[in-house]
Write a protein that binds this ligand. Sequence first.
Ligand SMILES: [Fe+2]
Ligand SMILES: [Fe+2]
Length: 300
Amino acid sequence: MPKPRVLVVDDDANLLDSMRRQFSANFEVVLAHSGQHALELMASSEPFSVLVSDLKMPGMDGIQLLSQASERFPDTVRILLTGYADLQNAIDAVNQGFIFRLLTKPCPPEALGHALAEAIRHQGLVEAQRQNYSLKRYKRLLESIVRAFSALVEARDPYLSGHQVRVTALALVIGQELGMGPDDLEILRIAAMLHDIGKVKVPADFLNRPGALREEEFSIIKMHPEVGYEILKDLDEDWPVAIIIRQHHERMDGSGYPQGLHGEDIVQGARIIAVADVVDAMCSHRPSAQPGGRSRHAGT
Ligand SMILES: [Fe+2]
Ligand SMILES: [Fe+2]
């Protein structure tokens, strides 16, 4: 694991050298001799976890530096080092929220080491919070995309209206009853919502025409699990949604399609969706799921 990066800013070269000696075992210590130099380093290199600045420096002082850093690099935790004589300025900096810790000079190495460790911990918490927020946003985005694709395929087939949502609800009940964990249920949910996505490739007049299908029409409809697999096969391998979709018309006795798999060679998610799919077909007024309309109950 890489060491946390710490940027130390002081116009005193001796102090900078001693900081590097004291802390480079635990941190990647980078030195800057002025506020301007520090901002240039922050803008041109990997992000720093912590910025430690002296208060009194020629040109840009510590408060100006930390103020600018808080705006431009808010993820970097800021520590101010100051002499007692500068205390009022330092208090202002604290109250204006520019800094995480205020330390007085000369600062014992243990106190500074402790403050650095606390700063890194604080940054980790902030980062975790941000990642959590991003994760929630991505989940909402994923949900919108899944619903949009689900609606897209259902919009082409009037008999499919609401089918994938109903199959999802039923599949989740079956999955819960079978004791599936939350991750597997989530994969099952997404696979069920999209299980007929391959029908985007079926000509719309096959889907919209009432009455029995001809053999050649049915053979085209039978391609939809494979087409769905092709559409989604590049999803992360931890998300076997495409495999479930490919197998949702397989049957335990090997009579299904497209691969004619048997029994437990069919993944559990596909077996669950196959059951939910047939139940929904039985409860819906589907004109024909097979050529000649000989069975409306084979799933869709
Ligand atoms: Fe299907
Ligand atoms: Fe279906």
